[in-house]
Design a protein around this ligand. Structure first.
Ligand code: HEM
Length: 445
């Protein structure tokens, strides 16, 4: 779509069967949409597949713009993902980062390791422990189920392309999706039941509350502004976990891949980490604020590889964008990937240069500069920025501090495969196989 927009311009209409979308590929057009139209673009498009998934209660990602979404968003921002709550999960992150280091260090010398898989595990475990705590029956099955939501084929079928077709509506919705939904509901109910039992037995002080405990507490407080049914709680938890896992893990994998493809940057990031963490047996979060170059590496990774690169919205009323009439119901896809690689805004856009975030204008993640919006923008901007960056930073610092890295035999920085796969999250196509060479021993304290 980036290539098409170069031919057809920053606003491009695409039509797939009955669905019509406008693809936005310039910062100016994105600014006009999100700054100039109040709430007109604060809803996400729906589809029969998505409606089916949330039949028992809306979560937050696809909830229509309105009071229920506003109240859930308030709970997510002030209770589940607030700076205080994210800080309360610090111990979990430090433990999981130490486990990641131990598992890499125990790889037989000279053997390549699937680093992508280890990073997937780190992110999933840090997420599981914060959201559900350790009491997760069927953990492996649950992770697999949530991952499948990211699979386009699991959620979309012909109904989505012909939503008005009565004939298609008569055909029962995809068996695969239905089975998936039932299984996920069963697993979530088991998780909620075990939390209820623990609450009833009087367990779980404030400091050891996971996100489910917080939601169950709010449910009991009977806040009339929000209806926290069992279905809504299930949907919110599935949304949070689904939104957290692949995005963060993909970012870490691209960061490592870009470092391997750019040895100069790897060396600079590594010497910064080793300088500031010198003498520590394991990476501790309080030290991470000193690592400004590593933070720039993460920003540059999110510029070149924004995991949620189309952030879909739908237009709630007829309006004009850049002089074009856009009717109500049109899907709006902001091509964040195209904008953050556009030479109009970025010098040498296809080069991995974290320095640009140190010398140039200090871009942040708040979504106010439309040249750089990896976490989205406006009222529906990602609420998980603090949680995501905390996990990504501690994992990347641990990899840089404790290991030297080598590419497998026959692969060099110039021919490292950087192809992306098609999907809801822009993941790497090739596995990330590397040699970790322990450098600074990790000591369990
Ligand atoms: C590198 C990691 C992440 C990236 C790049 C990312 C990116 C995004 C993007 C682009 C959106 C759409 C925003 C828009 O429409 O303008 C989004 C929404 C969302 N994200 Fe994230 N995200 C990440 C991690 C997380 C984490 C860790 C969580 C939760 C623990 C999370 C929870 C959500 C939720 C709930 C929404 C929907 C918000 C709403 O519709 O109100 N994300 N994210």
């Amino acid at each position: 779509m980036r290539d098409l927009s170069r031919r057809y311009g920053p606003l491009m209409l695409i039509r797939v069967c009955e669905r019509v979308a406008v693809v936005v590929s310039s910062a100016e057009a994105a600014r006009e949409i999100f700054k100039g139209h109040d709430v007109t673009f604060e809803q996400r498009p729906s589809s029969p597949g998505i409606d089916e998934l949330y039949r028992h209660g809306e979560g937050i990602i696809f909830a229509p713009y309105g009071d229920q979404w506003r109240q859930l968003r308030r709970i997510v921002m002030t209770e589940l993902l607030s700076a205080r709550r994210v800080e309360a999960f610090r111990r979990i992150r430090e433990d999981e980062a130490a486990r990641l280091v131990s598992s890499l260090a125990s790889a037989p010398p000279g053997q390549v390791v699937n680093v992508g898989e280890r990073l997937d595990e780190f992110i999933a475990d840090a997420g599981v422990r914060a959201i559900f705590s350790d009491r997760l029956p069927d953990r492996t099955v649950f992770l697999k189920m949530v991952r499948q939501i990211d699979d386009i084929e699991a959620l979309f079928d012909l109904h989505d392309l012909f939503p008005s077709s009565r004939l298609l509506r008569m055909i029962p919705w995809g068996r695969k999706a239905e089975r998936h939904r039932q299984e996920l509901l069963r697993l979530m109910d088991d998780i909620l039941r075990s939390h209820e039992e623990r609450r009833a037995a009087g367990g779980g002080g404030d400091e050891e509350q996971d996100m489910i405990d917080v939601l169950l507490r709010i449910q009991k407080e009977d806040d009339m502004r929000v209806s926290l049914t069992q279905g809504v709680i299930r949907a919110v938890l599935t949304d949070l976990f689904g939104a957290a896992v692949d995005t963060s893990s993909t970012t870490l994998q691209w960061a490592m891949a870009e470092l391997m493809a750019n040895p100069r940057v790897l060396e600079k990031a590594q010497s910064e980490t080793r300088h500031f963490l010198a003498g520590h047996a394991r990476v501790q979060e309080v030290e991470l604020n000193k690592l400004s170059y590593m933070k720039a590496v993460i920003k540059e990774t999110l510029r070149m590889h924004p995991p949620g690169s189309l952030a879909p919205r739908v237009c709630l009323g007829d309006c004009k964008i850049q002089g074009y009439d856009v009717p109500q119901g049109t899907i709006i896809l902001t091509n964040v990937y195209a904008i953050s690689r556009d030479p109009k805004y970025w010098e040498n856009p296809d080069m991995f240069m974290p320095e640009r975030f140190q010398v140039d204008k200090a871009f942040d993640y708040k979504g106010l500069d439309f040249e750089y919006t990896p976490f989205g923008t406006s009222r529906r901007i990602c609420p998980g920025i603090n949680f995501a960056t905390a996990n990504i930073e501690i994992a990347l610092a641990s990899l840089l501090y404790h290991f030297d890295w080598k590419l497998p035999l026959g692969v060099n920085p110039e021919n490292l495969d950087m192809t992306e796969v098609f999907g809801i999250t822009a993941k790497r196509k090739a596995e990330l196989l590397l040699h970790p060479i322990p450098h600074i021993p990790h000591v369990d304290e």
